[in-house]
Design a binder for this molecule. Structure first.
Ligand SMILES: [Fe+2]
Length: 321
């Protein structure tokens, strides 16, 4: 594999880390200062599609920086260059459709921390790539931190070999409670009617089943979804045999709207969930968003989240198969 490419110059960003020999994220800038226009970028991507995709897998994250990317339409063109298939979002985040494949990342309050996750980790088909575009960089906070998932597994195995083995063997079960209508007062306020694209309960149940979820209707019109059994870790093709921490224990364990336990009902020890949270934070990588940044994340390799932010902040997203 060729590690350099004439269309781009490798840059640096504050906060990047070297993990297992690879710099995360790989920063790609215009090859020459006057080649920062959208047209040159699209041409550079078009000519180096395969190389670019290999870099996403090799470095887990690629940050395009210094190009003149202004708006959702530009971002959409960048994404469409690659020909990756779109994947419909299923999950708790209330989102707004902006343009073609482009959505807002989360309409929930900016003051809340969106906890680390692999996108759509509990759904049968999850995206391989999560791509974000910064239209309005936040004045303070609002970073999109990400975490090499295999490092979490490695460190959990070092500290809790037995608990990891037990959770792996038994599998995990999650519950999540959703309201009927969208509530943007919460970052997990997406209603089931929007999630499943129907207000008909029987139809929603059918669609949920297809995604691997069971439903329990609540007196207030909301629904409790039950998901399981699910794996603790996963190994994906082309990712060096790494065991990814492909679960959402910390995000869902012991929360007001959600729970996580082992699939046979046994509890996940408090200490295990708590230490895992610390380890994830310790392994996190983040940079400060700049206007026009486009970030490609390998969703099979990285967990990502969003730090609390001062307004205004506008980061758009798309997910691909
Ligand atoms: Fe996400």
């Amino acid at each position: 594999m060729e590690f350099s490419c004439k269309a781009f110059k490798v840059g640096k960003c504050e906060g990047e880390k070297v993990v297992d020999g690879e710099t995360i994220p790989l920063v790609l800038q215009p090859s020459e200062p006057n080649k920062n226009d959208l047209e040159s970028l699209l041409l550079g991507l078009e000519k180096n599609k395969e190389w670019f995709e290999q870099m996403i897998i090799k470095n887990s994250a690629v940050l395009l920086r210094g190009f003149d990317v202004q708006k959702a339409e530009d971002f959409n063109e960048i994404v469409e260059t690659f020909g990756w298939e779109d994947i419909r979002y299923v999950g708790p985040a209330p989102r707004t459709h902006i343009y073609k494949r482009i959505w807002t990342a989360n309409e929930g309050p900016l003051s809340e921390f969106i906890y680390y996750h692999h996108e759509m980790v509990l759904i049968k088909e999850y995206p391989k790539k999560v791509i974000l575009f910064c239209e309005v960089p936040p004045p303070e906070g609002g970073q999109t931190p990400f975490v090499p998932s295999f490092r979490v597994t490695e460190r959990m195995l070092e500290e809790f070999p037995e608990a990891v083995k037990e959770m792996e063997e038994k599998g995990l079960q999650y519950t999540f409670t959703a309201p009927s209508k969208n509530q943007t007062t919460s970052m997990r306020g997406r209603g089931w009617e929007d999630t499943f694209g129907t207000s008909d309960r029987a139809e929603a149940e059918r669609r949920a089943k297809a995604l691997g979820m069971d439903m329990e209707w609540l007196p207030n019109g909301g629904v409790k979804t039950i998901l399981g059994p699910r794996a603790l870790t996963k190994v994906f093709d082309g990712r060096k045999g790494r065991r990814m921490w492909f679960n959402t224990i910390v995000g869902m364990h012991g929360k007001e709207l959600s729970s996580a336990s082992m699939a046979d009902g046994s509890e996940i020890p408090e200490e295990v969930a708590k230490r895992c949270e610390e380890i994830i934070e310790e392994e996190s990588i983040q940079f400060k968003w700049e206007k026009g940044d486009v970030l490609f994340l390998d969703n099979l390799a990285l967990l990502h989240g969003r730090r609390p932010s001062l307004p205004p902040r506008r980061v758009l997203v798309t997910t691909c198969k």
